[in-house]
Design a protein around this ligand. Structure first.
Ligand SMILES: NC(=O)c1ccc[n+]([C@@H]2O[C@H](COP(=O)([O-])OP(=O)(O)OC[C@H]3O[C@@H](n4cnc5c(N)ncnc54)[C@H](O)[C@@H]3O)[C@@H](O)[C@H]2O)c1
Length: 362
């Protein structure tokens, strides 16, 4: 993969965020030319500043809702590969700003795909949605890529709607039957409950726990029995990188969607994750809290078979790496890049990819 990405032009939306920051860091280490397009990084603490990501890519501040600016950035970047991660990604926030969530997540994806039509070269686009795009029946069955889409909360619905936009553009404008005319292929990728260093989003379990750890407080678990496919951020990113490479090389011979998640034994409850992190917690059920799914599991057979994807870290290892990252960061944090955090991040990346050597497709 390293050889494949070296010198490739890669356009990333959401590079100022948690997952997009890690992806930019990996691609920078591998010698890709990265152009990032996103809103500014938020808050005092963020991965973007901690790792000085702005110095490792062409950093463009822009809004997905600004079609002309997005198109100009895309045309200037002349991307071989696009990773679309920018979104309003928080379920609870989507109850507060539902229309904005739809505009950014659904129409933002449509804007990107429409702009892609103007790029006149071979380009592969990987569009990041979520495990929450499936109509969740909470019946204990792990979802497969062809299962019906749905969405109770506005975030899930906005991402399921983005999936329909992706399907439509895939058929209408990037149809494989006309590949020689448009030279594009697109794929949606679905993962969830990603953990790792450098995430400070509100209302996510690990960031809440790490903030509490830093302040010496006890974290409150709202939904301790909720089951989620927890995985370290390097796992889905590897899936996205694999999907892009495989599809770039075989545009007519791959699927239009992939799930990425842990093996079934690592689908744990919120409370099990808190125990693994060894952080003091209390349980407080809030009867007025908005609906969130209790059970969510993904079937990753297709990614294993077609891409050679294989999860490398157990949920406990993923939690340990996450806790190690925040402890290092907080030990000497000024909010800006510091040497120990950068070195630890690079070490976590190189150790992870060394452990992946058994994946033949890498
Ligand atoms: N972290 C998870 O557990 C998880 C799980 C499933 C899916 N996802 C998806 O992965 C992607 C990245 O998530 P994350 O956790 O890194 O989120 P994040 O909040 O850390 O980053 C979001 C990024 O999107 C950008 N963005 C938001 N609105 C924008 C707009 N209008 N125009 C341009 N840029 C905008 C932000 O600037 C930021 O760079 C999202 O699409 C999210 O839905 C994340």
């Amino acid at each position: 993969m390293k050889n494949f990405y070296k010198n490739k032009n890669v356009f990333i939306t959401g590079h100022t965020g948690f997952k997009g920051g890690w992806l930019t860091e990996i691609l920078h280490l591998w010698g890709a030319n990265v152009c990032g397009y996103s809103l500014p990084a938020e808050g005092k603490d963020n991965f973007f500043n901690a790792l000085n990501i702005g110095s490792k890519c062409e950093h463009i501040t822009g809004d997905l809702r600004d079609y002309e600016a997005l198109k100009t950035a895309l045309l200037n970047a002349q991307p071989d590969i696009i990773f679309h991660l920018a979104a309003q990604p928080i379920v609870r926030t989507s109850y507060q700003i539902p229309v904005e969530t739809f505009t950014v997540n659904t129409m933002g994806t449509a804007n990107l795909l429409q702009a892609l039509r103007s790029v006149n070269k071979r380009t592969e686009a990987v569009l990041i949605t979520t495990d929450k795009v499936y109509k969740n029946l909470e019946n204990g069955r792990a979802y497969q890529e062809n299962d019906p889409l749905g969405g109770y909360d506005p975030y899930s619905a906005s991402k399921a709607s983005a999936e329909i936009v992706i399907q439509s553009f895939g058929l209408s404008f990037f149809n494989p039957a006309k590949f020689n005319e448009h030279k594009k292929s697109i794929v949606s990728v679905r993962a969830g409950n990603v953990i790792g260093g450098g995430d400070w989003a509100a209302d996510r379990l690990l960031p809440d726990m790490m903030r509490a750890m830093h302040k010496g407080e006890t974290v409150v678990l709202r939904n301790p029995a909720a089951v989620r496919p927890w995985q370290h951020v390097l796992e889905p990113l590897t899936g996205y990188l694999l999907a892009a490479k495989m599809q770039y090389e075989n545009p007519l011979n791959v699927s239009n969607a992939y799930n990425f998640g842990p093996d079934p034994q690592d689908v744990l409850t919120v409370e099990q994750i808190a125990k693994a992190a060894n952080i003091p917690y209390t349980v407080m059920k809030d009867e007025n809290s908005p609906h969130e799914a209790n059970l969510l599991q993904l079937d990753i057979t297709r990614a294993k078979k077609e891409l050679g994807f294989k999860p490398q870290l157990s949920a406990t290892e993923a939690v340990a790496k996450t806790v190690e990252w925040y402890r290092t960061y907080y030990a000497e944090s000024t909010g800006n890049s510091n040497d120990r955090t950068v070195k630890l991040t690079e070490r976590q990346i190189s150790e992870y990819f060394a452990s992946c050597e058994a994946m033949p497709t890498l």
